[in-house]
Design a protein around this ligand. Structure first.
Ligand SMILES: Cc1cc2nc3c(=O)[nH]c(=O)nc-3n(C[C@H](O)[C@H](O)[C@H](O)COP(=O)(O)OP(=O)(O)OC[C@H]3O[C@@H](n4cnc5c(N)ncnc54)[C@H](O)[C@@H]3O)c2cc1C
Length: 385
């Protein structure tokens, strides 16, 4: 008998860190904060050189947790540990001129980080937060992530993993937003925006202020009739494979799959309640240019080979779904970071508040929320006397 299993999949795994302020403020208002699994101490298994290692902090969290994890790590030699700790301290004491480096690889190598430390520690962190290869990633954006998050106070460095499907975090939005005369139009794309006597016409309605939060390449199109130009950045893909196995593979929440073709394995069974008798996981790859055009079967066979290296032969993948986000985020290199527009444009009442507008972060939920708050601030400043 054939069984039909219905499962919701997201467009990819989203992780937040405790340093997210604006995004969490939004969730507090709409009631989404209760849906997170918060991981305060480091407990990250990684697969490297044919076996599992671990970045673990049993005593401390935050920056001291990171230092503890480095000290405990069995793959790093004594000198590597000292150099990594010195580098982290230098970042924290603001004694590195990040703008002088072309990319994060140059930054790390010139600050005595070994290839192994880069591979096990820095690359997973940089590629997953910036969706950009280490040899391209902007050192200034990396500095912000480190100072606000991983080298900050304990609660800022904690990982927040959604225990629900991503969209459920926002299910309270409608009831909070839909009051007074507010309206939400679903499935109503904005085709273009024009300006007439100081007001903006969006589809068929006039507005005093317009906050644009579409991706940059769409913003460019819908704003093409206004005297504003958007310098569209390069984009970077993320490929996620949702798969179900007949056997439990791990108890960890997430595994950094360093020596495989993929970046992270997430244990959806542990995060989101299991509804059938199979085990549910997601494997994800940022900066996934090499997978974007491969056929599903090719990606699955590469993934199976990697999974067998990690977990042995005793499992069978029962079903899967591959999600390719070809323009997932902008590529956070130095060049694209310089292209980012400000939220407040030279046109009165027009704001660009998508994640790509300048906010110091890569494409993140926090960056998008921060820009939204900024746009609201400018509008209130101008309109509320
Ligand atoms: C696979 C993946 C994994 C990610 N992981 C993380 C993570 O772990 N942590 C993190 O912080 N961030 C992560 N991000 C990035 C994060 O999702 C984005 O930075 C954030 O969603 C950007 O928000 P935004 O409002 O700027 O744009 P979006 O969320 O892209 O929203 C733009 C909206 O505009 C709508 N739209 C498009 N065209 C039109 C039109 N013509 N008219 C009207 N509406 C239109 C779209 O439907 C969409 O709803 C990830 C992104 C992807 C793709």
């Amino acid at each position: 008998m054939r069984r039909l299993i219905l499962s919701v999949v997201d467009n990819g795994q989203h992780i937040c860190i405790g340093a997210y302020k604006y995004f969490f403020d939004l969730l507090k208002v709409i009631g989404g904060m209760e849906y997170f699994q918060i991981i305060e101490k480091y407990d990250i298994p990684y697969f490297y050189d044919g076996k599992f290692g671990s970045l673990t902090s049993k005593v401390f969290s935050g920056k001291f947790g990171l230092l503890e994890a480095i000290i405990r790590d069995k793959n790093f030699g004594f000198k590597e540990k000292i150099n990594t700790i010195i580098f982290a301290l230098k970042v924290q004491m603001d004694s590195i001129s990040f703008q002088n480096y072309t990319d994060c690889y140059e930054l790390l190598i010139r600050n005595n980080q070994s290839e192994k430390v880069i591979k096990i520690l820095w690359e997973p962190l940089i590629v997953s937060t910036m969706n950009t290869p280490v040899r391209k990633a902007s050192p200034l954006i990396f500095e912000n992530i480190m100072l606000d998050g991983f080298l900050s106070k304990s609660q800022n460095a904690a990982f927040y993993l959604p225990k629900v499907h991503f969209g459920e975090l926002f299910k309270g939005f409608e009831s909070v937003f839909l009051k007074d005369e507010n309206k939400i139009y679903y499935t109503t794309p904005i085709k273009s925006i024009t300006e007439e006597s100081g007001k903006y016409m969006v589809n068929d309605e006039y507005y005093d202020d317009v906050v644009i939060t579409t991706p940059s390449f769409i913003s460019k199109r819908i704003l093409s009739e206004l005297p504003i130009d958007i310098d569209v950045p390069d984009y970077s893909p993320i490929v996620s494979v949702y798969f179900w196995s007949d056997t439990k593979l791990t108890d960890a929440y997430m595994i950094s799959t360093v020596d495989t073709g993929f970046d992270w394995l997430f244990n959806r069974d542990k995060l989101i309640d299991r509804k059938s008798n199979t085990y549910s996981y997601q494997i994800t790859t940022s900066d996934a240019v090499r997978y974007a055009k491969l056929k599903d079967e090719v990606i699955i066979s590469m993934m199976e080979e990697d999974l067998r290296k990690m977990f042995g032969e005793e499992f069978r993948i029962t079903h899967y779904k591959i999600v390719r986000e070809l323009m997932a985020t902008f590529l956070a290199d130095k060049k694209n970071n310089l292209k980012r527009p400000k939220v407040k444009t030279h046109l009165q009442g027009l704001y660009l508040a998508g994640d790509y507008s300048d906010n110091g972060y890569p494409s993140t939920l926090e960056g998008a929320a921060k820009n939204g708050f900024r746009a609201a601030h400018y509008i209130l400043k101008r309109t509320v006397k």
